[in-house]
Design a protein around this ligand. Structure first.
Ligand code: COA
Length: 263
């Protein structure tokens, strides 16, 4: 059995996944994809996991798909590979908990595509982002052309995908792709702190915020706002809303429920 290409750690409701092929800049090969699939399924089925973090070992977050796989692809097997990879990121994106990409270094191709399927990207000062597939005679095919366009707009997405150039963390922050740039030596400590704060938040409300923002983004304003009315009704049916409001009125910190059944 070869060494695990992904390390997994779980503590106090926060799961951390570390891509672990540092000598290949964490390029995503078949084994890594299978391990990632298993972890996403495990997280989806675990009601005690409240936040998920992705990061990479070494100087990369992930330098994209392992290019060595591409030579064997014909059009049909290539399409199948792209469909399977898109399904994996759709599954990741549909997790009901906050998912954070702590981008420690290079996030290229599939690495950027995976990060964009997360809810929040925090980047170290050393992080670099890009969609370099054009240089292989390809295009981003794991949602990159679409998620990038929705995040930064058509013109910037085209410029990045046409040129394949890398942008640094500060530019990515300016474009709204990155939530915050954090010095590399404190990236994981800071992201862990944020994750633990999120893990204490009322879970039904957190889930509702994620769903309404994600689903509402592709709707017109009227229909998107209608999602909020259903979501607030759902929150009001949870004990955490009663607790949150009561705690405020009683001038004490709220004690939100610690567990939530996903069933
Ligand atoms: N697939 C497979 N192997 C990769 C890889 C990828 N996407 N990205 C990097 N590697 C491997 C390199 O082949 C090299 O392996 P080796 O030491 O066995 O030769 C190792 O990782 C280190 O990469 P190297 O190219 O030597 O580092 P560098 O600092 O000179 O360049 C990059 C870094 C990211 C600019 C360069 O590796 C690169 O362009 N990678 C491909 C990125 C890409 O096109 N991703 C999208 C794929 S769809």
């Amino acid at each position: 059995m070869s060494e695990k290409t992904i390390l997994y750690h779980q503590e106090d409701g926060v799961a951390t996944v570390t891509f672990n092929r540092p000598d290949k800049l964490n390029a995503l090969n078949g084994q890594m994809k299978e391990e990632l699939r298993e972890i996403i399924n495990k997280v989806a089925a675990a009601p005690d996991i409240r936040v998920l973090i992705f990061t990479g070992k070494g100087r990369a977050f992930m330098a994209g798909a392992d290019v060595s796989m591409f030579l064997d692809l014909d059009p049909l097997s290539g399409k199948h590979l792209a469909q399977r990879a898109q399904e994996l990121l759709a599954r990741l994106e549909s997790l009901e908990i906050p998912v954070i990409a702590a981008v420690n270094g290079l996030a290229l191709g599939g690495g950027l595509e995976l990060a964009m399927a997360c809810d929040l990207i925090y980047a170290s000062g050393e992080a670099k982002f890009g969609q370099p597939e054009i240089n292989l005679g390809l295009l981003p095919f794991v949602g990159g052309t679409q998620r990038l366009t929705r995040l930064v707009g058509k013109v910037v997405a085209k410029e990045l995908c046409f040129t394949g150039r890398m942008m640094d963390a500060q530019e990515a922050k300016t474009l709204g792709l990155v939530a915050r740039v954090i010095p590399g030596d404190s990236l994981m400590a800071e992201v862990n702190k944020i994750a633990h704060i999120l893990a204490q938040k009322p879970r039904v409300a957190l889930r509702a915020i994620k769903q309404v923002i994600d689903r509402g983004f592709d709707l017109d304003l009227r229909n998107a706002c209608a999602l909020e009315t259903d979501a607030v009704a759902l929150c009001l049916s949870s004990p955490d809303a009663r607790e949150g409001v009561s705690a405020f009125l009683e001038k004490r910190p709220p004690r939100f429920s610690r567990t939530f059944s996903a069933k």
